[in-house]
Design a protein around this ligand. Structure first.
Ligand SMILES: Cc1ncc(COP(=O)(O)O)c(C=O)c1O
Length: 440
C-alpha cells in the first residue's frame, strides 16, 4: 500500500443491515469438523475478559464471524443505488479466508448477504463445496496441472484467461452433461492473470462459438485493478477504459454475461464507476480498510474480525546489558523484566518486525525486543511491571485497535508489509476460535 485515499463516509455505519451472526449458527455440523482445522476452545474461553491484566490466555487467532457478516452487509448495502437493479457482492475467501478460515468466512459472508464466494484456486473452491457451501463459487487461478475437471464437476464457475484455458475447460467438462460456467478474465493493465487486450477479441470469439454450440456458458466478464487504494492514481481510469472496451467487445460478439465485475475492496469503498453488476471484496469483509488502514477515520464502519492472542509463557528479571534472543540485536538498557510469548515466525509472525512491533498486555502496549524467533518472541515489561503480569496472562498481539491494542496494520508497518499479509500469514499452527461477537 503506497498511499491511502482520503477516506469518505460513503459507507456509513448507518447502512449496516445484517444482524450479527451468533456463534450458534457456526456450529460444528455446519462447518464440518475437519474443515475448520484446529478450533481452539477450552482454555480460550478463559479469555472472555481478555484485556484485563489477570486474564489467562491461550494461543489463538480469534475470529469474530459476526463482524464478517456485518462488514459484508455494510459493503453490499453501500453499492446499491435506488431505482437500479441490485448489485451483487462476491466475498473473496482465498488463502484460507485471508487467514480467518475459508469455510467460516464463507458462511459468515453468506449470512451477511454475499451473493457469490470467490477463491483463487480450484482446490480452494472444491474444499468449500466439500464443506457444504452451495452458493455460486468462482475460482480464477489455475495451471494446466490443476484438477479443473473436479472443480467443474462440483459446479464451480471457472475464470478463463486464455484460449488454452478455454480449450482445457472444454476438454475437462466433456461428459458433465451440462455446459461449464465460465467468467472470461481480462487483463486491463495489471499484467497478471487475464487475457491481454490484444488476445481478448480472439478469446471472446472462441468463447462465443463454444457457447453457441452449447459447450460453455459465459456467465461473467471480469478484470482486476492494480492501484484502487491509491488516491487519484491514473491507472484506475486507464484500466476502467480498457475494461469497458473489453465488455463492449464481448457484447458485440453476442455474449450476454450476467455479471461484469472489476472492483476490489478499495474500489468498492471509493469508486462507484467500477461497480458494474458485482463487486469482489476480500480485505474489507475482514474489517481491514485499504483506504483507512490505521482506522483514523473509522474504517468506513468496518470492524476488524481477527485478534491474535497468546499467553505469557515466562517472566524473569534480568540485569542491565543482558542480551535478548539471537544475535543479541537488543541488550537491556537497564534492569528489567522480560516476558516470553510463545509465537514466532513459525506461527506467521513476521521476523522483519523484530524490534519494531508492540503487543498489548493488561491494558497497555509493550515493545517486542530482540529477534523474533521461530517459536517465540520477547517483550520488555520494564523494571517494575504490574505484579499481575504473571505467566498465563493474555497477550494481544493485534486486534481491532479499539482499546489501543496494536492492529494488523501496526504490525504491517513494523514489518514493512501490508495488513493483508499479516492476517493471511498466521499459520496452521495457531488455532482459530470463532465467536459471534468480539467478547472484549
Ligand atoms: C481477482 C481478485 N479479485 C478480488 C480480490 C480481492 O481484493 P481485496 O482483498 O483488495 O478486496 C483479489 C485479491 O487479491 C483478487 O485477486
Amino acid at each position: 500500500m503506497t498511499s491511502a485515499r482520503t477516506p469518505t463516509t460513503s459507507l456509513g455505519a448507518a447502512s449496516l443491515g445484517a444482524a450479527p451472526l451468533g456463534a450458534a449458527s457456526l456450529g460444528a455440523a455446519s462447518l464440518g469438523a475437519a474443515s475448520l482445522g484446529a478450533t481452539s476452545l477450552g482454555a480460550t474461553s478463559l479469555g472472555a475478559a481478555s484485556l484485563g491484566a489477570t486474564s489467562l490466555g491461550a494461543t489463538v487467532a480469534r475470529v469474530d464471524v459476526g463482524a464478517i457478516a456485518a462488514n459484508v452487509a455494510l459493503l453490499r448495502e453501500g453499492v446499491q443505488v435506488a431505482g437500479q437493479p441490485p448489485r451483487a457482492l462476491m466475498a473473496i475467501v482465498k488463502a484460507n479466508g485471508y487467514g480467518h478460515g475459508a469455510v467460516a468466512a464463507a458462511i459468515a459472508a453468506l449470512a451477511g448477504g454475499a451473493d457469490w464466494i470467490g477463491v483463487a484456486l480450484p482446490q480452494e473452491a472444491v474444499a468449500l463445496r466439500a464443506a457444504g457451501i452451495t452458493a455460486p463459487l468462482l475460482c480464477w487461478l489455475w495451471a494446466p496441472t490443476s484438477d479443473i475437471a473436479q472443480a467443474l464437476a462440483a459446479d464451480v464457475t471457472v475464470g478463463v484467461s486464455s484460449l488454452e484455458q478455454l480449450t482445457a475447460v472444454l476438454a475437462a467438462d466433456a461428459g458433465n452433461g451440462k455446459p461449464a460456467h465460465i467468467h472470461l478474465k481480462m487483463d486491463s493493465g495489471l499484467g497478471r492473470g487475464g487475457a491481454s487486450r490484444w488476445q481478448w477479441t480472439d478469446l471472446v470469439a472462441a468463447a462465443a462459438a463454444a457457447e453457441n454450440r452449447g459447450a460453455v456458458r459465459v456467465t461473467g466478464v471480469m478484470s482486476h485493478l492494480g492501484s484502487a487504494e491509491v488516491l487519484d492514481d491514473p491507472s484506475v481510469a486507464e484500466q476502467l477504459e480498457i475494461f469497458r472496451n473489453a465488455v463492449r467487445v464481448a457484447h458485440t460478439a453476442g455474449l450476454e454475461p450476467e455479471h461484469v465485475h472489476l472492483a476490489n475492496s478499495a474500489a468498492t469503498l471509493m469508486l462507484p464507476e467500477t461497480y458494474f453488476t458485482m463487486v469482489r471484496c476480500g480485505l474489507a469483509i475482514f474489517g481491514l480498510d485499504p483506504l483507512d488502514p490505521h482506522g483514523k477515520s473509522g474504517r468506513h464502519g468496518l470492524k476488524p474480525a481477527m485478534s491474535l492472542r497468546a499467553p505469557l509463557a515466562l517472566t524473569k528479571k534480568v540485569p542491565t546489558g543482558h542480551g535478548v534472543s539471537y544475535n543479541f540485536i537488543f541488550r537491556t538498557p537497564r534492569e528489567t523484566v522480560l516476558a516470553l510469548v510463545p509465537l514466532g515466525y513459525g506461527d506467521g509472525i513476521p521476523r522483519a518486525a523484530s524490534g519494531h512491533a508492540e503487543v498489548w498486555i493488561g491494558g497497555r502496549r509493550y515493545p517486542v525486543v530482540g529477534q523474533i524467533a521461530m517459536d517465540q518472541m520477547v517483550i520488555d515489561l520494564g523494571p517494575d511491571p504490574d505484579p499481575a503480569l504473571v505467566p498465563g496472562t493474555e497477550v494481544v498481539i493485534f486486534g481491532s485497535g479499539d482499546r489501543g491494542e496494536p492492529t494488523a496494520q501496526d504490525w504491517a508497518d513494523a514489518a514493512g508489509t501490508i495488513d493483508y499479509e499479516i492476517v493471511t500469514r498466521i499459520s496452521a499452527r495457531v488455532g482459530r476460535e470463532y465467536v459471534g461477537q468480539d467478547p472484549r
